[in-house]
Design a protein around this ligand. Sequence first.
Ligand code: C2E
Ligand code: MG
Ligand code: MG
Length: 622
Amino acid sequence: MLKNRRMLARKDQTEIGEDRLAGRQPAAPHEVVLDGARLAALRDLGLLDTEAEQDFDRYTRLATELLGVPVSLVSLVDADRQFFKSQCGLAGELADVRQTPLSHSFCRHAVASGQPLIIADAREHPLVADNLAIRDLGVIAYAGMPLVLSDGHAVGAFCAIDGVPRDWSERELRILGDLAAGVIAHLELRRALAEQCLHDRLTGLANRALLSAQADQLLHAAAPEESETVGAICIGLDDFRLVNDAYGAAAADSVLEEVGARLRAAVRGRDLVGRLSGDVFAVVGGDMGDEAAVMRFAARLRDTVSRIAFEIDGQLVGVTARVGLAGARRGTSGTDLLSAADAAMCRAKSSSAAVRTTGEDTGDVAAAQLRLRAALHGAVTRGEMHVAYQPIVDLESGAHVGFEALARWTSPQLGVVSPIVFIPAAERTGDIVRIGEWVLRCACAQLAHWRRDGAELSMSVNVSPLQLEVPDLAKVVAATLADYGLPARALVLELTEGVLIGAGALQVRNLQSVRELGVRISLDDFGTGYSALGYLKRFPIDQVKIDRSFVETLQADCRDVAFVKVILGLAESLGLEVVAEGIENPRQRRLLEQLGCRLGQGHLFSPPRPPAEVVVASGSRE
Ligand code: C2E
Ligand code: MG
Ligand code: MG
C-alpha cells in the first residue's frame, strides 16, 4: 500500500541503537483490548472520520520539529482500524492517508497496555517485528504515548516515527510526553463539549437531541412486524412557575434535579430519562409492553414525582405532574414520537386527566394544528405579521453592529402566536418560503433606512431548510439587496446545525451561490444539535452563534466556560466570528468578554422590538 522507506528515512541517521529505555517498554506482547467501554469512550469524542484540525495539528507539527522526526501522528484506535486525527510529515503518496488497518498499527499496543511504547528498531522488537507498517510504511523507530482520558480509557496514541533505527533520548521522550498531555487535555475538552451538546446541564439528564436520537435508534432497530414497540412518556410538572415565584430559582432548580433523580431511579436500566424543557421530563424506551402496561408505567412515573413532597427550606412542598404517552412503530421519527408524547401531556394539562395517550387526543391535536395552518395561510398578505429587530452588540463598547430580524404574528382568531409554534407549522405547509422572502424584504428595507445615516450595520435573517430548496434563492437574495442598494456583506443568513448536517446537493449549491454574492452565513443555536465540529470546515460559514442555553448557565467555574472556550478557539482557527445569544445580565456579558467573545445579543441590551421603538446605539458602555 505505502512504500515510503525513503520518505521516512533521515539522511543523517546511520547507526542502530540499543533500546536504552527498557524500563519504558511493555514487558510482554499485548493484544488490543477491544472492550466496548473503551470504544464507546472513543466514539463519544465524535472525532472519528472528521477533518484535520489545527488544535491537533499543532502538536504533531511541534513533535516533528522538536524531535527532528519525519512523522508524527495523533492516532485514534478504533475496533478495526487506526484513524489519524492529525498527521504531520506524511507526504507524497501518503499525504492523503487518514487511516490504516490494525495490522499496520503500532499505536494499538500503547493503547492496549496503557503505557508508552518505545521502539528503537521495529524489525528486532518482538511486539511489532511482523507488523505490516514496517514493510508498507517504512516505520522503523517508534515512540508512542497512550492517550488515556480521565476515566482511564486509552483512546489512541500520540507518536513520533522515524524511517531508520533511532535511540530515543530521555529528553525526546519527555517532550513527547508533554505534547501528549496537551493532546489529552484537548480530547477532554472535546469530550466535555460532545457531552454538553447532548445533556441537560442542570440535571445531567439527556436533552431533547439525545432523547430523539435514542428514539430514532430504537425505532430503527425495531422489528418491522411489531407494532408500537417504542414508547415515549412526557412528564410535565403542574404550575411549576409557582414554586419558582414562591421559593426562588435555586430552590426550584433543586426540585428539578430531585425529580430527575427520582425518575431515573424509577425506570428500567435501558430506558433513557431526559429533560425536554424547563419543567417537562421524558422517558424513551423500547419494548414497553401493551397499552395497559405502558399506562401503568406512566402512572408509576407520575406517582414517583408527586407521592413524596420535596423539602425546601425545611418546608414540605408538594408537586404534581401530568403525563402524556405516545407509542410508535418503525418508520416514525424520534422527533415525531417525542412531539406526540409532548402534545398528549399538554392535553392532559388542559383537561382533568392526569395521564393521556396520543390515541385519545389525536383528533384534537390534529384539529388544532389544522386551525393553526389555515390561519397562517395568507397571514402576510392580510398584514397580520410584522418583523421585530434585536440588536447584535459589540460587548466591549456596547455599540450595535447589526440586528437580527425576527418574525412576529398576531392572528385575529388565535392571538399572538410564538414563532416557535408558527415557524414549524409554516415549514410543514410550505408557507415558510413566502414568509421568509417577506421577512428578508422587510429586513433589507429597514437596514437600508438605518444605514442611510452612515451606520455600518448588518442584518441577520433566519433561513429555513425549505428556503434552501428554492432553486433561485441566490437570485431572490441578489434582487432584494439590489432593490435596497445594500452591499451583500451587510446581510447575514442564519441557519441551524440540523440544516447543514442534513443538507443535500441542491441546498449546498444554494448556500454556496448565496455566499458567492458576498452574503455571510451564520450557524444559529450552535451547541444544541450534534456538534460534530468537523462539518464546520465543509460549509462556507462566517459566523457561529452560541446557543443561549450555554449563556444561561455560564458561571466562572462551570463547564460551559470550557464549551465557550473551545468554540472561541475553534472559531479563531477557522476564522469565524462568534456571537453569544441570550445575554440577560452583566455577569454573563463580563464573563463572555473575558473569554474573548466579541459580539453578543440578548435582553440585557434589548429584546426584539418593532422598528419604531429601536434606537440604534453607536456605543457607550452601559
Ligand atoms: P433564533 O433565531 O435563535 O432567535 C433568537 C431567539 O431568542 C428569539 O426568539 C429571541 O427573542 C430570543 N432571545 C433573544 N435574546 C434573549 C434573551 O436574552 N433571553 C431569552 N430568554 N430569549 C432571548 P423568538 O423571536 O421567539 O424566535 C424563536 C425562533 O423562531 C428563532 O430562534 C428562529 O429560529 C425562529 N424564527 C423567528 N423568526 C424567523 C423567521 O423570520 N424565519 C425563520 N425561518 N425562523 C424564524
Ligand atoms: Mg437566529
Ligand atoms: Mg438562535
